[in-house]
Design a protein around this ligand. Structure first.
Ligand SMILES: [Zn+2]
Length: 564
């Protein structure tokens, strides 16, 4: 998902690196010159308000969700553009993980439940806001698989930034119907177990639309069937785990053109009037895919192919069916998004939303609280694309151009279990954090192997931040926990305190919330940095540099510097 640029203030950021005078920095000794910092209090509570009942129903992974494991959905619906209605069923197959008689599903309260069937047996159910508890007449047994058919119908309400489910028309007055519901939840247009932790292994999507329209959904196109009543059913097969919100229908009179990247099918669907523009702009898809493959390995959804589909909102990372509404021009909504000239060299939506195929779709967070795994990493992927296409220095400039957008008001990781979506720092601070980790690793061969292996280790899985930290700790000699905690679980970034009280020497330490925080940093003069290893205790080193001439590589680490 793209950040909501409307609420962001953007400033032009001009970094001027002062060239300091020549000096020799030799960290010969370190001593404690003051008492230890006082023990750090726990993080302050969030200033954001209490969860609603709906937040709790949506966010908790309680008994009736935890007692089953999703295996397969077959969403089979008919969409009526004139009535702006949908009707059909979702067939849900799951394995019980405990003996029980009830499971918890979700469907927006404004949509009708027509019936829920276990084979020929109608099931009772109870609705609570958007939650649907389905009850079984006898106990479902742990380890056994069950299949229910959830029949529903109604008029989905257009809502949210990208529409939820939106019934629009194209420039020629034909229906143009799209879904994008990460914020609202897939429940706004189809019944499912609407949470992040549990994904189906595979999914079939069958969408019947008037025969003069097409439906483009996720996965591999299996064919279309004329239903003989003016409608045609379009069948798609998703052959990988998929987030509920990633499931998408895109209905229009699209023009289709195709290409290939080695064996990977590339399919593009746009409104007829944009065909020529799209052929030019979507040529960026190949170098983008090649760039990400070079860092992480194969495209994650090879069997399903890669698609770009035109939509009336900015764009969304729908798995293997990335939706695009950036106007076929570079930048983000026709703007130099980062204000330093680099954004206009590529199509932001093609790069960002497709980057989510690796982080967001293949590697997914277990709870929305840890959504930086999607957005922080994918924003970092933007800079990896810039590095591949335009070089290392441009990539570092690109990452740093996100600094003015960071607010540092709330921790990136939010409270779990109440469906509390993180604030937008997860994008910009997330990518500055990852760029900082690269500088801490201080060896690009090691760094590129780490980021590749993070992806390879966790692809097709739902993980939490703790999994990423454990992985980093297991792969390097460093304990990364305090660094991750400071950047992701605290509001403030680390401050490097440099004190020049005695001529010829400097005292230095980190001022952080995490008492165990320790992170190397480059200081001295640009082009001839010295790496020091400050902790939260004072150390002293000799230096011929002074308060004015001592520089810190703040484009390589996202930190504050305080000199006294
Ligand atoms: Zn995103």
């Amino acid at each position: 998902m793209v950040h909501d640029q409307i609420v962001l203030r953007t400033f032009r950021c001009i970094a001027v690196l002062a060239v300091s005078t020549l000096a020799l920095i030799v960290p010969l000794w370190t001593v404690n010159i003051k008492g230890q910092q006082a023990s750090t209090p726990p993080p302050p509570p969030s200033t954001i308000g209490p969860p609603t009942r709906a937040d709790l129903l949506r966010g908790q992974y309680g008994r009736y969700r935890a007692n089953n494991d999703l295996l397969f959905y077959h969403l089979d619906i008919r969409v009526d553009p004139d009535k702006k209605s949908i009707a059909g069923k979702n067939t849900i197959r799951f394995r019980m993980l405990a003996d029980d008689t009830r499971i918890q599903l979700d469907l927006a309260a404004n949509l009708n439940i027509d019936k829920v069937m276990l084979g020929a047996t109608p099931l009772k159910y109870e609705r609570d806001l958007d939650t649907v508890y389905v009850d079984f007449p006898s106990t479902l047994r742990s380890g056994r698989e069950y299949t229910i058919d959830f029949h529903y119908s109604g008029l989905p309400q257009e809502q949210g930034r990208f529409g939820g489910m939106a019934f629009r028309t194209d420039g020629a007055g034909h229906p143009w119907i799209t879904t994008a519901c990460e914020d609202e939840g897939a429940r706004v247009w189809w019944p499912n177990k609407d949470q992040w932790r549990d994904e189906v292994e595979r999914m079939q999507i069958s969408i019947a639309v008037p025969s003069d329209l097409m439906d483009i959904s996720n996965g591999r196109f299996m064919g279309k069937t004329d239903l003989g009543d003016g409608y045609t059913r379009w069948d798609w097969l998703v052959q990988y785990p998929i987030n509920n919100y990633s499931v998408s229908v895109n209905i229009a009179r699209y023009e289709h053109f195709a290409d290939k990247l080695d064996d990977l099918p590339l399919d593009f669907y746009v409104l007829p009037q944009n065909l020529e523009k799209a052929k030019r702009q979507f040529a960026q898809a190949k170098p983008m895919l090649e760039a990400f493959r070079s860092y992480f390995g194969e495209y994650p959804f090879e069997k399903d192919g890669f698609k770009l589909i035109e939509v009336p909102y900015s764009g969304m990372e729908h798995q293997s069916a990335v939706t695009y509404g950036n106007g076929f021009v570079n930048g983000y909504l026709d703007r130099d998004w980062t204000g330093i000239g680099i954004s206009l060299k590529f199509d932001f939506i093609i790069v960002h939303e497709s980057g989510h195929e690796w982080f967001g779709n293949a590697v997914s967070a277990t709870d929305v609280s840890d959504m930086w795994i999607h957005e922080g990493w994918t924003t970092y992927l933007e800079s990896l694309y810039v590095e591949k296409m335009f070089g290392h220095d441009e990539a570092i400039r690109y990452v740093n151009s996100y600094k003015p957008k960071v607010q540092n008001r709330e921790p990136i990781i939010t409270q779990r279990g109440i469906h509390r979506q993180p604030q937008q720092d997860m994008y910009f601070k997330g990518t500055l954090f990852l760029n900082t980790l690269r500088s801490v690793v201080n060896d690009d061969t090691t760094w590129w192997a780490l980021v590749r292996d993070v992806y390879q280790q966790f692809k097709y899985r739902n993980i939490m931040t703790e999994d990423v930290v454990r992985f980093f700790n297991s792969r390097t000699a460093r304990d990364w926990t305090p660094i991750f905690d400071q950047y992701l679980r605290r509001s403030a970034i680390p401050t490097l305190q440099l004190a020049f009280n005695e001529p010829g020497s400097m005292a230095y330490r980190w001022k952080t919330d995490e008492r165990a925080f320790a992170m190397p940093v480059r200081i001295g003069r640009p082009g001839n940095w010295t790496i020091v290893e400050p902790t939260t205790d004072w150390k002293v080193m000799p230096t011929s540099l002074g308060k004015e001439t001592m520089d810190v590589a703040t484009d390589l680490y996202y930190i504050n510097v305080e000199k006294s």
